[in-house]
Structures are given as C-alpha cells and as structure tokens.
Design a protein around this ligand. Structure first.
Ligand code: FES
Ligand SMILES: [Fe+2]
Length: 436
C-alpha cells in the first residue's frame, strides 16, 4: 500500500470531532493536570534529546518532564536506554547534569551506590549490611521504553505502549521523508512561561492567528485557510500543510516583498520578473531548488516532493509536540507540563538544520549562529527571545491564561480552521476516560 493510501486510511473527517467543551478549568485546575499526567504524559512517546548527544559510549543525558527527570544512557555496545532518574536506594535524583560524556559509572551523590550504564547496581558500600540481601547485580534503575527516530531519542513511561513507529503511524512516515537523522540542533531554547502547556499547544494547532500576530509572515507564507490543507489522523496526531515561498492570498502587494525577494535571488531568480504575479514564486523556487539544490550541497532535496521544497508542513504529535517541517530546517515546538503548577509550563524550542558542504554559520530564529550543536539556553519568558515568531505567539499567552479564569468564559467557539484545537481536547478526554 502506498503512503498516500495509508494517509487516506488514517484520516478522519470533521464529523468525527465530538466537540467536547473546552472549559477554563482545563488550563488551571490541579486535579485536571493530575489526570493529564496520569493518563496522557505517562502513556505517550516524548522526545528526550538528540541522538547525536548519545552517539558515543558513556554519553548521558537527562530530560525533565513534569516532576520527573528521565535519564538516558549509551552503554559500551552503543545501546541506548532510558530510566527514571531516581536512585533505588533512597530516591535521590541520580544525575543532575543535562548532558555528560565519557561516563563509565553513574555514582549517586548520597551514599555512592554505583550503577553501570545498563542501570544495574555494581558497587555498594557495606554491601553485606543489607538484611534483605546484597543489592549488587540485583537492584536496577527503573527502566522505561527508549527508541530513536529521525535523529531524535524518544522515551515512553508506559511499559504497554505501542512501539514509537506504531504510535506515530503515518505521521512518522511523513517525518521520515525529510531524512533528518544527521541534522544539527543549532538552537536549544527553553522558556519558563506563565501559562498552561495547552495554551501554547493550542496556538500551534491553528494558523488563524497569523494575520493578527505575525502579519509579516504573509509576505512569504500563504496563511489563507482556503489554501491550507488540514489532516486529522485517527491516532490523535495531525498535519497542517501551508504553502510557502508565495505571499498570502490575503496579501495585497503586487510585487515581491522581503524576505521573498532575497530568497529568489539566492536561487538565481529576479524578483522583478514576478511583478504583478508574486504568487508564481513558489513553483519557480521549487524548480530552481530541484535543479540547483543538490549541486549546492542540499542532497536531501532528492527525497522530498516538490511541495516539500517550499511549503511548511506542521506535524502535530499528540499530546504536546509540534514538528514544523521544511526542506531547510525543522523545529521542535513543545510546551512541557510544569512540575507542580498547571498555570506554568516549560516551552522548548529546538531549531534543526541539515549539514551542507561548506556551511559554518546559519541564520536561526534567534540570530546568526555557528553551525554546530548548541548549548542549552534556559530562561524566564521575557528575559530573552525564544525565536521572533514564538515571541509573538507568547505575547498573548499570559493574557489568555488570565482570561480563561473569567466567569465570562464558558467554552471555545471555534472556526473550521481550528479543528485541530478541538481534536487535541477530544483526544485528551479519550485518554483520561480510558477510551484509548
Ligand atoms: S540515595 Fe542513592 S545511594 Fe543512597
Ligand atoms: Fe503563531
């Protein structure tokens, strides 16, 4: 069966949306946040880091999610594993660092229990002083599921979860097409934001706000919903395909605007040639990228369809991850639940780019950067930019968090192009109610 056929089979229509109420308490109630933790976050696949961070024996990374910390290791044989980052002696968090290399043994800071990279206890002081038996070789860190896909490491706390491939379904196959296995994370940003994680994720589930918050994007992205394709998949993931490298159908200008003019020149096209027909740029750029791209080092273009050379395909993975895919970069946009406060979240923004011969500097959402794996930059929202577009998105997040507390707000009144918002809440309720 072709991928197209599998996509057709995976799709659901708007009629399948129940339209469960999207009430304000979903964004601030501790009880509801606990239900999400128990039934959603502890049962779904999450990205834990870049596979490149665990490429060598002795590499160790950690990823926070809610009140948990997940520890991932690469052992001498190159096997990757994920564990809860908690010492089985008396619960101390075992590894404090976000990434380490050259680790031979993991040593707990409290009583020095020592673990090999497969999580097994290898050394304990006074090991014969344990009435219930010597823990060496018997006790282990509690292991959870770990897989890699697309240059990313993923974990799942549910021992009964489907494989990552089965969980993602066609969304995983669509991600595969970009061949991101060797792409480099040139921005690794996390902002602590005073809003529930769903405020940010709802935002990435619709493009209705673009004309309000990101008007300038209309110079090179067609945000008109009539020209945008939306696909909802039965498994809770979804896709929005926005045409790029052409102005919005809502834009009035009859000549090419910045930054599209510079992109045309980069691909040896004359912006003036498109006067009066600026929306013809998309196909022209596709042809140039197809013809000139591989010789310029963009060898992965060969695996992409014409539309993928210019368009933005937003793959939204249930529950909280958006992969914004394009031929020249992809982004992980992911609000993580806060350890204790449903009115806060930790918003991750990763920006990945493919290696291209001769590439040593690149333009990123936070400025020009060296083309290399970035260090982690964590900050309070507002202290630094988390990317100019994401900053605009966050500009309303805190006000929305406040408004959702109002007695005047009862339920969302959604447009058709916000179906993916509707879908997120329906699927969360499915998980909580045990229907999935
Ligand atoms: S808590 Fe880790 S060795 Fe005691
Ligand atoms: Fe936005």
């Amino acid at each position: 069966m072709s991928l197209e056929q599998r996509i057709e089979n995976a799709k659901i229509t708007r009629d399948a949306l129940r339209g469960d109420p999207i009430t304000g308490d979903r964004y601030y109630s501790k009880e509801f946040a606990q239900k999400e933790w128990d039934h959603v976050f502890t049962r779904t696949w999450q990205i834990g880091g870049m596979a490149a961070q665990l490429a060598k024996p002795g590499d160790v990374i950690t990823q926070a999610i809610g009140a948990e910390s997940i520890l991932m290791t690469c052992d001498e044989d190159g096997t990757l594993r994920a564990f809860y980052n908690a010492c089985p002696h008396r619960g101390n968090r075992l590894v404090a660092d976000e990434q380490k290399s050259g680790v031979k043994r993991l040593v707990c800071a409290y009583h020095s229990w020592t673990f090999s990279m497969d999580g097994v206890v290898r050394h304990v002081r006074d090991a014969d002083d344990y009435p219930q038996g010597n823990p060496i070789g018997k006790m282990k860190l509690k292991e959870i599921r770990c897989e890699t896909l697309g240059g990313l490491v993923w974990f799942n706390m549910d021992p009964d979860a489907p494989s990552l491939r089965d969980y993602l379904g066609v969304a995983g196959e669509l991600f595969d097409r970009y061949q991101t296995g060797n792409w480099v994370r040139v921005n690794w940003l996390t902002g602590l934001v005073d809003c529930n994680w769903k405020i940010i994720h709802d935002n990435f589930n619709e493009a209705y706000h673009i004309l309000s918050l990101h008007r300038e994007l209309g110079t090179f992205i067609d945000d008109a919903h009539q020209n945008t394709e939306f696909e909802l998949y039965e498994n809770g993931h979804n896709l929005m395909k926005m045409k790029g490298h052409q102005p919005s159908a809502n834009a009035r200008a009859t000549v090419v605007q910045a930054p599209l003019d510079a992109i045309l020149q980069e691909w040896d096209l004359d912006p003036a040639a498109f006067n009066g027909r600026p929306r013809d740029t998309r196909v022209a750029i596709q042809q140039q990228k197809r013809t000139l791209g591989p010789a310029r080092g963009h060898t992965h273009y060969d695996g992409l369809a014409d539309e993928q050379l210019t368009d933005y395909h937003h793959l939204t993975l249930f529950p909280n991850t958006t992969l914004t895919m394009s031929s020249d970069f992809f982004q992980v946009l992911r609000p993580m639940p806060h350890p204790s406060d449903p009115e806060k979240c930790l918003f991750d923004h990763w920006y990945m780019m493919p290696p291209v011969a001769g590439r040593d500097e690149v333009d990123t959402p936070v400025g020009r950067r060296k083309f290399e794996a970035a260090p982690h930059e964590s900050f309070m929202h507002g202290e630094a930019s988390i990317g100019f577009v994401a900053d605009q998105d966050l500009s309303v997040a805190i006000a929305q968090q406040k408004g959702l507390h109002s007695r005047g707000y009862q339920d969302a009144y959604l447009s058709g192009q916000e179906d993916r918002v509707r879908r997120l809440h329906d699927v969360i309720n499915d998980y909580i109610a045990g229907r999935r």
